[in-house]
Design a protein around this ligand. Structure first.
Ligand code: 6DK
Ligand code: ZN
Length: 388
């Protein structure tokens, strides 16, 4: 049955949104070495080109006839200081801003002090556009200006903490966007689910909402004895939130042995979808890194484009379909382009392709079983079934 908007139009007739802004490519290494950094400005350009190639974007560079349905542009804008400091400290905002006026020598020195982060004089500009792009994308979805949307943004955000830039991340785009939506839209957007399928743990998002009952953070990431970035115990399965936020943090930490479609589907069927349905969010935001994709050297996993499509499709059953996809990591140009295209097509209503492999590994079942056991303390849907 079709869901109707107040305007009388069916939701299905609204377009899917796309946020992309060339200027987010300005952030790059000030002194590139022989081997290029994986968080390369071309990442977002390759994804955009793939969407154009498929005829989904009305752009002069598009070489193919336009598809019957195209993506509706969402303009990225600069996030304001007020918005950024809903998550970050004034000092952190001031620090990132100050890098715009530093000399190249100072920027190189700064890079050595920090954990997996580089700067140039346009890092700040790109970072506030990336956060502002996430904000505009999430607001457009939450306000039903579009059916759903994808934000092809960089630099990524999920590792950035209140006072810390780390792991290629300056500002926590998705966390800032979630807070802005709650503040601007009130009761209409109180409960937000953030699903993080980037292969790394989104320590920054977890920390920002650890005691918040209204933000459900679910992360699927490689994490074996804290050895995979960012390391430390924060990404373990027994980190479930604190105080009023207890049970609103779900970590699904894979061992480092190359997980694939069957494992992700198992996690979605057994944990992600049941808990998400019980939580019943007003908005779903995906921290969509494509570094668990087959072909990604940093991730070492094997997720296929149809599996990303399938995960998107499942999440679209929540929040009346209000889902905003925000790019995080993903380093193989081809893998991220194909994966993002599959997600965009799914958002636009195309049924996902069939998966080649749907069988979970024993290691995945063991991890998911541990998560179910601990989350049974917080979620009715996780109770073991009584014998029939
Ligand atoms: N550094 C992310 O994908 C970022 O989660 C991952 C950050 C990994 C940092 C450690 C690391 C390298 C590797 C190869 C070459 C240079 C540096 F935030 C996201 F972008 F989403 O592997
Ligand atoms: Zn990542």
């Amino acid at each position: 049955e079709e869901v109707m908007l107040r305007s009388g139009l069916p939701v299905g007739s609204l377009p899917t949104g796309l946020c992309y802004d060339e200027r987010m490519r300005f952030h790059c290494e000030v002194r590139p070495t022989s081997d290029v950094h994986p968080e390369d400005p071309r990442r977002i350009w390759y994804i955009y080109k793939e969407l154009c190639r498929a005829g989904l974007v009305d752009d002069p560079i598009s070489t193919r006839p336009l598809a019957p349905q195209t993506l509706q542009r969402i303009n990225a804008r600069k996030a304001t200081e007020e918005e950024i400091t809903m998550i970050h400290t004034d000092a952190h905002y001031a620090f990132v801003k100050s890098t715009a006026d530093m000399s190249d020598d100072d920027l190189v020195l700064l890079e050595r002090e920090k954990d997996s982060i580089y700067f140039n004089d346009l890092t700040f500009a790109s970072s506030i556009l990336s956060a502002g792009g996430a904000i505009e994308t999430c607001l457009a979805v939450a306000q039903r200006k579009v059916k759903n949307a994808i934000a092809v943004i960089r630099p990524p955000g999920h590792h950035a903490e209140h006072n810390e830039a780390m792991g290629f991340c300056l500002f926590n785009n998705v966390s800032v966007a979630a807070r802005v939506c709650q503040k601007e839209l009130g009761e209409k957007c109180r409960k937000i689910m953030i699903l993080d399928w980037d292969v790394h743990h989104g320590n920054g998002i977890q920390k920002a909402f650890y005691e918040d009952p209204n933000v459900l953070y679910v992360s699927i990431h490689v994490h074996q004895n804290g050895r995979f970035y960012p390391g430390g115990p924060a990404g373990d399965w027994d980190h479930c939130g604190e105080g009023p936020g207890l049970g609103r943090n779900i970590n699904i930490p894979w061992p480092d042995q190359g997980m694939g479609d069957g494992d992700y589907m198992w996690a979605f069927q057994k944990v992600v979808m049941p808990i998400a349905t019980e939580f019943n969010p007003d908005l779903v935001i995906i921290s969509a890194g494509f570094d668990a994709a087959a072909g990604d050297v940093l991730g070492g996993c094997f997720v296929s484009p149809p599996c990303y499509a399938q995960m998107t499709h499942m999440l679209m059953t929540l929040a009346d379909g209000k889902i905003a996809v925000c790019l995080e990591g993903g380093y193989n140009f081809r893998s991220i382009s194909k994966s993002a295209l599959a997600v965009a097509k799914t958002l636009m209503g195309e049924p996902p392709d069939r998966l080649m492999n749907t069988i979970p590994t024993e290691a995945a079942k063991a991890t998911v079983g541990r998560v179910m056991n601990i989350q049974a303390q917080h979620w009715r849907c996780m109770f073991p079934k009584p014998p029939s």
